[in-house]
Design a protein around this ligand. Structure first.
Ligand code: ATP
Length: 271
Protein backbone atom coordinates (compact mmCIF):
# COMPACT_ATOMS: atom_id res chain seq x y z
CA UNK A 1 0.00 0.00 0.00
CA UNK A 2 1.42 3.44 -0.89
CA UNK A 3 2.45 5.60 2.05
CA UNK A 4 0.14 8.42 3.06
CA UNK A 5 1.47 11.87 2.05
CA UNK A 6 2.79 13.86 5.00
CA UNK A 7 1.27 17.03 3.56
CA UNK A 8 -1.70 17.57 1.25
CA UNK A 9 -2.72 21.13 0.44
CA UNK A 10 -5.87 21.68 -1.59
CA UNK A 11 -7.30 24.92 -2.95
CA UNK A 12 -5.43 26.97 -0.37
CA UNK A 13 -6.02 30.73 -0.51
CA UNK A 14 -5.04 33.48 1.89
CA UNK A 15 -6.09 37.03 1.24
CA UNK A 16 -4.62 40.16 2.78
CA UNK A 17 -5.97 43.66 2.47
CA UNK A 18 -3.81 46.42 1.05
CA UNK A 19 -5.09 49.98 0.82
CA UNK A 20 -8.58 48.71 1.45
CA UNK A 21 -8.41 46.15 -1.36
CA UNK A 22 -8.16 42.39 -0.75
CA UNK A 23 -5.56 40.45 -2.71
CA UNK A 24 -4.58 36.76 -2.60
CA UNK A 25 -1.02 36.39 -1.22
CA UNK A 26 -1.55 32.63 -1.68
CA UNK A 27 -3.91 31.80 -4.52
CA UNK A 28 -5.60 28.40 -4.89
CA UNK A 29 -2.45 26.40 -4.11
CA UNK A 30 -2.35 22.60 -4.38
CA UNK A 31 0.63 20.53 -3.32
CA UNK A 32 1.40 17.04 -2.09
CA UNK A 33 4.53 16.02 -0.23
CA UNK A 34 5.31 12.35 0.30
CA UNK A 35 7.54 10.96 3.05
CA UNK A 36 11.18 11.59 2.18
CA UNK A 37 10.38 14.01 -0.64
CA UNK A 38 12.47 17.19 -0.85
CA UNK A 39 10.68 20.12 -2.48
CA UNK A 40 11.97 23.62 -3.09
CA UNK A 41 9.86 26.69 -3.73
CA UNK A 42 11.48 29.64 -5.50
CA UNK A 43 10.04 32.98 -6.52
CA UNK A 44 10.56 36.70 -6.31
CA UNK A 45 10.23 38.55 -3.06
CA UNK A 46 6.68 39.25 -1.97
CA UNK A 47 5.10 36.44 -4.01
CA UNK A 48 3.62 34.49 -1.10
CA UNK A 49 6.22 31.89 -0.17
CA UNK A 50 6.47 32.71 3.52
CA UNK A 51 2.71 33.11 3.72
CA UNK A 52 2.32 29.57 2.36
CA UNK A 53 4.75 28.18 4.97
CA UNK A 54 2.96 30.06 7.75
CA UNK A 55 -0.35 28.55 6.61
CA UNK A 56 1.08 25.02 6.56
CA UNK A 57 2.47 25.44 10.07
CA UNK A 58 -0.85 26.81 11.31
CA UNK A 59 0.57 30.21 12.23
CA UNK A 60 -1.82 31.84 9.80
CA UNK A 61 -5.42 30.89 9.08
CA UNK A 62 -6.40 30.46 5.43
CA UNK A 63 -9.21 32.34 3.75
CA UNK A 64 -10.23 29.03 2.18
CA UNK A 65 -8.88 25.60 1.37
CA UNK A 66 -7.60 22.54 3.17
CA UNK A 67 -4.27 21.49 4.72
CA UNK A 68 -3.89 17.85 5.73
CA UNK A 69 -0.73 17.45 7.87
CA UNK A 70 0.11 13.90 8.97
CA UNK A 71 -3.58 13.07 8.63
CA UNK A 72 -4.80 16.09 10.64
CA UNK A 73 -6.87 18.85 9.06
CA UNK A 74 -4.88 21.87 10.22
CA UNK A 75 -7.66 24.35 9.45
CA UNK A 76 -9.95 22.79 12.07
CA UNK A 77 -7.45 22.86 14.96
CA UNK A 78 -7.42 25.55 17.61
CA UNK A 79 -4.13 27.23 18.56
CA UNK A 80 -3.37 24.83 21.40
CA UNK A 81 -4.01 21.72 19.33
CA UNK A 82 -1.97 23.15 16.46
CA UNK A 83 0.89 23.95 18.80
CA UNK A 84 1.02 20.32 19.94
CA UNK A 85 0.74 18.95 16.40
CA UNK A 86 3.51 21.30 15.30
CA UNK A 87 5.83 20.14 18.06
CA UNK A 88 5.14 16.50 17.24
CA UNK A 89 5.35 16.73 13.48
CA UNK A 90 7.20 19.78 12.17
CA UNK A 91 10.66 21.23 12.42
CA UNK A 92 10.58 24.86 11.29
CA UNK A 93 13.59 26.91 10.28
CA UNK A 94 12.18 30.41 10.08
CA UNK A 95 13.51 33.29 8.03
CA UNK A 96 13.89 35.42 11.13
CA UNK A 97 16.08 34.46 14.08
CA UNK A 98 14.07 32.83 16.88
CA UNK A 99 16.68 31.34 19.22
CA UNK A 100 15.93 32.11 22.84
CA UNK A 101 18.56 34.63 23.99
CA UNK A 102 18.79 33.37 27.58
CA UNK A 103 19.66 29.79 26.56
CA UNK A 104 22.96 28.50 25.19
CA UNK A 105 23.09 27.10 21.68
CA UNK A 106 22.85 23.50 22.89
CA UNK A 107 19.99 24.28 25.28
CA UNK A 108 18.11 25.91 22.40
CA UNK A 109 18.58 22.70 20.40
CA UNK A 110 17.53 20.41 23.27
CA UNK A 111 14.43 22.43 24.14
CA UNK A 112 12.00 20.94 21.56
CA UNK A 113 12.85 17.47 22.87
CA UNK A 114 12.09 18.57 26.43
CA UNK A 115 8.72 19.84 25.29
CA UNK A 116 8.16 16.64 23.35
CA UNK A 117 8.86 14.52 26.44
CA UNK A 118 6.50 16.57 28.57
CA UNK A 119 3.46 16.87 26.34
CA UNK A 120 0.55 18.98 27.32
CA UNK A 121 -2.41 17.31 28.89
CA UNK A 122 -4.26 18.28 25.72
CA UNK A 123 -2.07 16.11 23.55
CA UNK A 124 -4.38 13.14 23.29
CA UNK A 125 -7.16 15.43 22.13
CA UNK A 126 -5.45 15.85 18.78
CA UNK A 127 -5.88 12.26 17.78
CA UNK A 128 -9.18 11.73 19.49
CA UNK A 129 -11.03 14.92 18.78
CA UNK A 130 -9.31 16.74 15.96
CA UNK A 131 -12.48 17.34 14.05
CA UNK A 132 -14.73 17.78 17.01
CA UNK A 133 -15.92 21.36 16.90
CA UNK A 134 -17.25 21.17 20.43
CA UNK A 135 -13.85 20.19 21.82
CA UNK A 136 -12.32 23.14 20.00
CA UNK A 137 -14.66 25.50 21.78
CA UNK A 138 -13.76 23.92 25.10
CA UNK A 139 -10.01 24.25 24.61
CA UNK A 140 -9.98 27.54 22.73
CA UNK A 141 -10.04 29.50 25.95
CA UNK A 142 -6.86 27.84 27.22
CA UNK A 143 -3.77 30.01 27.12
CA UNK A 144 -1.54 29.44 24.11
CA UNK A 145 1.97 29.50 25.42
CA UNK A 146 4.06 29.21 22.29
CA UNK A 147 4.05 32.67 20.85
CA UNK A 148 7.05 31.84 18.68
CA UNK A 149 6.76 30.65 15.12
CA UNK A 150 8.29 27.25 15.76
CA UNK A 151 8.29 24.71 18.55
CA UNK A 152 9.61 26.81 21.40
CA UNK A 153 7.69 27.64 24.53
CA UNK A 154 9.01 30.15 27.06
CA UNK A 155 8.69 27.93 30.15
CA UNK A 156 12.28 26.77 30.07
CA UNK A 157 13.66 26.87 33.57
CA UNK A 158 14.52 23.15 33.49
CA UNK A 159 16.08 23.13 30.04
CA UNK A 160 19.75 23.41 30.94
CA UNK A 161 21.38 20.61 28.97
CA UNK A 162 23.12 19.40 32.12
CA UNK A 163 19.72 18.47 33.62
CA UNK A 164 18.57 16.57 30.52
CA UNK A 165 19.09 12.90 29.77
CA UNK A 166 22.46 12.22 28.17
CA UNK A 167 21.00 10.94 24.93
CA UNK A 168 19.23 14.25 24.29
CA UNK A 169 22.36 16.27 24.93
CA UNK A 170 24.36 13.86 22.79
CA UNK A 171 21.90 14.13 19.91
CA UNK A 172 21.91 17.94 20.14
CA UNK A 173 25.70 18.00 20.18
CA UNK A 174 25.85 15.59 17.23
CA UNK A 175 23.54 17.84 15.18
CA UNK A 176 25.63 20.89 16.04
CA UNK A 177 28.79 18.97 15.09
CA UNK A 178 27.26 17.94 11.74
CA UNK A 179 26.58 21.59 11.03
CA UNK A 180 30.12 22.52 12.09
CA UNK A 181 29.02 24.65 15.05
CA UNK A 182 29.68 22.01 17.72
CA UNK A 183 32.40 24.12 19.35
CA UNK A 184 29.87 26.88 19.92
CA UNK A 185 27.47 24.69 21.93
CA UNK A 186 27.89 26.67 25.16
CA UNK A 187 27.70 30.09 23.51
CA UNK A 188 24.64 32.31 23.82
CA UNK A 189 22.92 33.52 20.62
CA UNK A 190 24.29 37.04 21.03
CA UNK A 191 27.81 35.59 20.76
CA UNK A 192 27.06 33.96 17.39
CA UNK A 193 27.11 35.29 13.84
CA UNK A 194 23.96 35.25 11.70
CA UNK A 195 25.14 32.16 9.82
CA UNK A 196 26.03 30.36 13.06
CA UNK A 197 22.63 31.15 14.55
CA UNK A 198 21.03 29.86 11.37
CA UNK A 199 22.83 26.53 11.75
CA UNK A 200 21.84 26.26 15.42
CA UNK A 201 18.23 26.88 14.32
CA UNK A 202 18.52 24.07 11.77
CA UNK A 203 19.85 21.72 14.48
CA UNK A 204 16.93 22.72 16.72
CA UNK A 205 14.43 22.06 13.92
CA UNK A 206 15.88 18.56 13.44
CA UNK A 207 16.08 17.68 17.14
CA UNK A 208 12.73 15.86 17.31
CA UNK A 209 13.30 13.96 14.04
CA UNK A 210 10.31 15.73 12.46
CA UNK A 211 8.13 14.11 9.82
CA UNK A 212 8.17 17.43 7.97
CA UNK A 213 11.00 19.93 7.94
CA UNK A 214 10.02 23.38 6.76
CA UNK A 215 12.89 25.67 5.98
CA UNK A 216 12.48 29.30 4.94
CA UNK A 217 15.77 30.38 3.34
CA UNK A 218 17.91 27.94 5.39
CA UNK A 219 21.08 29.03 3.58
CA UNK A 220 20.17 32.73 3.50
CA UNK A 221 23.21 34.04 5.34
CA UNK A 222 25.67 31.22 4.66
CA UNK A 223 28.78 31.14 2.47
CA UNK A 224 29.18 28.51 -0.26
CA UNK A 225 30.96 26.02 1.99
CA UNK A 226 28.37 26.26 4.79
CA UNK A 227 25.57 26.10 2.22
CA UNK A 228 26.95 22.79 0.95
CA UNK A 229 27.18 21.43 4.52
CA UNK A 230 23.59 22.40 5.30
CA UNK A 231 22.21 21.14 2.01
CA UNK A 232 23.99 17.79 2.28
CA UNK A 233 22.49 17.36 5.75
CA UNK A 234 18.99 18.27 4.54
CA UNK A 235 19.34 15.80 1.66
CA UNK A 236 20.40 13.12 4.12
CA UNK A 237 17.46 13.95 6.37
CA UNK A 238 15.11 13.55 3.38
CA UNK A 239 16.76 10.28 2.37
CA UNK A 240 16.12 9.06 5.93
CA UNK A 241 12.38 9.71 5.48
CA UNK A 242 11.69 13.28 6.58
CA UNK A 243 9.80 15.36 4.01
CA UNK A 244 11.46 18.70 3.39
CA UNK A 245 9.73 21.84 2.14
CA UNK A 246 12.24 24.60 1.52
CA UNK A 247 11.88 28.16 0.29
CA UNK A 248 15.08 29.44 -1.26
CA UNK A 249 16.58 32.15 -3.45
CA UNK A 250 19.83 30.20 -3.63
CA UNK A 251 20.46 28.44 -7.00
CA UNK A 252 23.18 26.29 -5.39
CA UNK A 253 20.61 24.81 -3.00
CA UNK A 254 18.41 23.52 -5.84
CA UNK A 255 20.92 20.84 -6.82
CA UNK A 256 19.95 18.86 -3.70
CA UNK A 257 16.15 18.76 -4.08
CA UNK A 258 13.76 16.37 -5.84
CA UNK A 259 11.37 18.98 -7.26
CA UNK A 260 11.34 22.72 -7.67
CA UNK A 261 8.17 24.81 -7.75
CA UNK A 262 7.78 28.49 -8.48
CA UNK A 263 5.52 30.91 -6.67
CA UNK A 264 4.33 33.83 -8.75
CA UNK A 265 1.80 36.26 -7.26
CA UNK A 266 0.52 33.57 -4.97
CA UNK A 267 0.16 30.91 -7.68
CA UNK A 268 2.31 27.77 -7.32
CA UNK A 269 3.49 25.96 -10.47
CA UNK A 270 6.11 23.33 -11.25
CA UNK A 271 9.37 25.08 -12.28
N1 ATP B 1 0.06 40.53 7.44
C1 ATP B 1 0.03 41.00 6.20
N2 ATP B 1 -0.85 41.97 5.84
C2 ATP B 1 -0.91 42.44 4.57
N3 ATP B 1 -0.11 41.99 3.58
C3 ATP B 1 0.78 41.03 3.88
C4 ATP B 1 0.91 40.50 5.19
N4 ATP B 1 1.89 39.56 5.18
C5 ATP B 1 2.36 39.51 3.92
N5 ATP B 1 1.69 40.39 3.14
C6 ATP B 1 1.89 40.60 1.71
O1 ATP B 1 1.66 39.35 1.07
C7 ATP B 1 2.57 39.19 -0.03
C8 ATP B 1 3.35 37.90 0.15
O2 ATP B 1 4.25 38.05 1.24
P1 ATP B 1 5.28 36.90 1.65
O3 ATP B 1 6.01 37.35 2.88
O4 ATP B 1 4.54 35.62 1.73
O5 ATP B 1 6.24 36.89 0.39
P2 ATP B 1 7.58 36.04 0.14
O6 ATP B 1 7.45 35.44 -1.21
O7 ATP B 1 7.82 35.11 1.27
O8 ATP B 1 8.68 37.19 0.14
P3 ATP B 1 10.23 37.11 0.57
O9 ATP B 1 10.92 36.25 -0.46
O10 ATP B 1 10.65 38.55 0.51
O11 ATP B 1 10.28 36.55 1.96
C9 ATP B 1 3.42 40.44 -0.05
O12 ATP B 1 2.87 41.33 -1.01
C10 ATP B 1 3.30 41.01 1.34
O13 ATP B 1 3.43 42.41 1.32
Amino acid sequence: MPEQPILEVRGLTREFVRRGKPFPAVDDVNLTLDPGEFMAIVGRSGNGKSTLLNLVTGLLKPTSGSILLAGNEVTTLNDKQMSILRNRTIGFVTQIQTLLPNLTAIDNVVLPAVLHRNPSRYETEIDERTNDAQSQEQTASSVVVDGLPDVIQPASTQTASSSQPDHLTQRAQHLLDQLLVGELATCYPKELSGGEMRRVSIARALMNKPKLLIADEPTGDLDAESTAIVMRLLRQVADDGTSVLMVTHDPDALAYVDHTYRMDRGVLTRA
